[in-house]
Design a protein around this ligand. Structure first.
Ligand SMILES: [Zn+2]
Length: 261
């Protein structure tokens, strides 16, 4: 294999499939010295000091996007019980502190991974992707300062968005003048319905990208090589779906605001 080819391929272990991958280090229990599991010692059951790991690793999961919600939930409750302050009240201050820190790590990890969208966003963040800031706060900030939101209109929506913005503007004017236009209102309702359908349809697109991503992870875990280009292609597919999703969400919010004002 040529050197350039070697450079372009990546094993999971090299941390290229997920940048900043944090693997749990194999260390011994601080108390009894036995080899320990991530959170508790298998021998003496003592809680182990928290380590800065990513949320997938915290749960001992590979970086796959398809995961079984029931299994994650079961693991969450099992760990919650173990880390509960009441259970650890008899332990030393240090152990109580660790339990508290791990509890909060656990809650963050669970909240992030259980939701399909935040799970995807998190994985993309691990890969160094900064998703566009399209939160409500950003929208309001943009309105307040008069700056345009940094949003790229998805090409397949350009025409529809152009027309929609004109309708929204007209509707705002009408409302301000106290002259409701029922026809325009119905048109906006129709547009809303169409956009809502598109928005709902994005879930399927996202799942298709998940499957591609997981196939790369599986290949890497089985010792196969993964082309850097393949990783980037799937990553960008997910970014694209999420960007279109938040764009549509904002659009739907704008329509609602005008209809309900
Ligand atoms: Zn131990």
């Amino acid at each position: 294999m040529a050197l350039t080819d070697q450079k372009k391929t990546a094993q999971l272990d090299s941390g290229i499939l997920v940048v900043n991958q944090s693997k749990p280090t194999k260390v011994n229990c601080w108390s009894c010295g036995a080899m320990r599991a991530a959170h508790f010692c298998q021998e003496c059951g003592k809680v182990q000091p928290p380590t800065p790991v990513d949320y997938f690793t915290f749960f001992g999961l590979p970086f796959r996007l398809n995961l079984e919600p029931e299994k994650l939930e079961g693991e969450f409750y099992a760990l919650s019980r173990h880390l509960h302050p009441d259970i650890n009240a008899i332990n030393s201050d240090r152990e109580q502190q660790w339990s508290l820190e791990k509890s909060s790590q656990l809650n963050d990890a669970y909240r992030t991974l259980k939701d399909p969208i935040t799970r995807t966003e998190y994985l993309l963040r691990l890969q160094g992707v900064q998703l566009e800031e399209q939160s409500k706060a950003a929208t309001e900030e943009a309105r307040r300062t008069g700056k345009l939101k940094k949003q790229v209109v998805p090409p397949d929506l350009l025409e529809q968005v152009f027309e929609l913005n004109m309708q929204l503007e007209e509707m705002r004017m009408n409302k301000k003048m106290g002259e409701p236009d029922r026809t325009l209102e119905r048109e906006l309702q129709d547009s809303k319905k169409q956009l809502q359908d598109r928005y709902n349809g994005l879930v399927e697109e996202l799942h298709a990208a998940w499957n591609e991503w997981d196939a790369l992870i599986d290949r890497a875990e089985q010792g196969g090589s993964v082309l850097e280009d393949d990783r980037i292609a799937v990553r960008d597919k997910m970014v694209d779906v999420l960007n279109r999703r938040s764009y549509l969400r904002n659009l739907l919010r704008d329509i609602d605001e005008v209809l309900e004002s």
